[in-house]
Design a protein around this ligand. Structure first.
Ligand code: NZQ
Ligand code: ZN
Length: 390
């Protein structure tokens, strides 16, 4: 196991009706003038936004609103949010929605106290030294942004997506009521669960030896999704299944599954170019990329893939031919994505093979590599994209 530090100070407020306590927690974490940031309207239609506002009113906390965050959040709205925060003296950013809204909120929170262009952080030109406090009322189990130090924004000038991570944007609290996820369309539920599984895959496939504790955490999260997701697709109002999935989403990405080991992240970065170019759901893009990546890198560590097949999918170990077991685990992963309605090829996603050079260009892969389990240069990334076309 590698040396590590782990500091994940988000205060989680989990359960039925908890959104009505949002105002209390904003006050507790020092907010007095809040920017409420939200997406394309699901929180308006469900009445959630009104309940959150009522809880702020109850605490006498003033607020302004900025809606309109699109999935794969755009730089343009971030600039608007920053302007608004500076003009109105906002001291707290509250995201009401999913990963896109939370990520946009995090970008605004950094930009509001920075003299330069917020894109400096995402472009690797500067490190954020501070940010306004950010919190969320989560409405979808997926990105794990409610407990992560990351944010992913699409730059509209060129339509490419970049991640940024810093402790200053880890949310101070997250309100998580599984009931709020019951209005999600099945496709979004499945896409969110694919993202949750992908966050575990990025950590599970590692070159670090003897990390049994985090292997077992990873397997627990994966098995939970495999068991609970079909229940929710059958009955969207299954509270217990929704609750298990929601907490699994946080555990998958607050790094409890990743400490003490080298992580990969090539598949995520290859996917980000897909969701930037085609505006597809991030999870759907991952359902296409992961089986392809797994197929490409499996020979690097057949035993790890065989372990995955046996422990996660219950495959029988073929001791004579472990690569057959490994292949079966990958096939089961792909079949599961199919069974939950996810695309597993470029064509099913609406992506085009002839766009691969464009994807590689926006990935800016020349002269560097992606991933750590197996380091992928331009040629190798291209091969993974080509495998995803089959
Ligand atoms: O915009 P509204 O109207 O709210 O609709 C959203 C959106 O269309 C809808 N939705 C959310 N909750 C709902 C709901 N519809 C009905 N009922 C509800 N309860 O779902 C759609 C997707 O929302 P979005 O916020 O985009 O989903 P998700 O949480 O999957 O976030 C995806 C974004 O997160 C980034 C991805 O790249 C992508 O841009 N990621 C962020 C990470 C992080 N910050 O740590 C890590 C991830 O790997 C990921 O890259
Ligand atoms: Zn993800």
């Amino acid at each position: 196991m590698d040396n590590f530090t782990f500091y994940s100070p988000t205060y989680f407020v989990f359960g039925k009706g908890k959104e009505n306590e949002t105002g209390h927690y904003v006050r507790r974490f020092g907010g007095s003038k809040v920017l409420i940031h939200y997406g394309g309207g699901s929180v308006v239609r469900s009445g959630l936004l009104d309940r959150v506002k009522a809880s702020l009113d109850k605490e006498g906390i003033s607020y302004i609103e900025l809606g309109g965050v699109k999935p794969n959040p755009r730089s343009g709205l971030v600039y608007q949010g920053i302007e608004l925060c500076k003009k109105e003296g906002v001291d707290f950013v509250l995201a009401v929605g999913g990963g896109s809204t939370i990520d946009s909120s995090k970008a605004i929170a950094m930009g509001a106290v920075y003299d330069g262009d917020f894109w400096d952080f995402y472009a690797g030109r500067a490190a954020a030294e501070r940010a306004l406090p950010v919190a969320s009322v989560l409405t979808i189990a997926a990105a794990g942004s409610e407990g992560s130090d990351g944010s992913v924004i699409t730059n509209e000038d060129g339509m490419y997506k970049r991640p940024y991570g810093s402790e200053v944007i880890r949310p101070v609290f997250a309100v998580m009521n599984p009931e709020l996820t019951m209005t999600l369309p099945p496709y979004q539920t499945a896409s969110g669960c694919t993202d949750i599984m992908a966050h575990v895959f990025e950590r599970y496939f590692t070159n670090t030896r003897n990390v049994e504790i985090t292997d077992r955490f990873c397997e627990a999260v994966l098995k939970t999704i495999i068991k609970e997701l079909p229940k929710v697709l059958e009955d969207p109002n299954d509270y217990e299944a929704r609750a298990n999935i929601m907490w699994a989403g946080t555990m998958a990405h607050n790094d409890i599954c990743g400490v003490g080991r080298e992580q990969d992240w090539a598949s995520h970065n290859l996917e980000h170019e897909l969701s930037a170019l085609y505006d597809c759901a991030h999870g759907a893009g991952l359902a296409v990329m992961f089986p392809a990546w797994m197929t490409y890198v499996m020979p690097h560590d057949v035993n790890r893939f065989a372990q995955f097949a046996v422990r996660v999918w219950g495959c029988e170990m073929d001791f004579e031919h472990p690569e057959e077991t490994a292949k079966e685990g990958i096939a089961r992963t792909k079949a599961f994505f199919h069974s939950i309605g996810m695309p597993t090829s470029f064509a099913e996603l609406g992506a085009k093979e002839e766009d691969i050079p464009k994807l590689l260009d926006t990935l800016q892969i020349d002269g560097r590599t992606e991933g750590f389990f197996v380091k992928l240069g331009r040629k190798e990334c291209e091969e993974v994209y080509r495998l995803a076309c089959r």
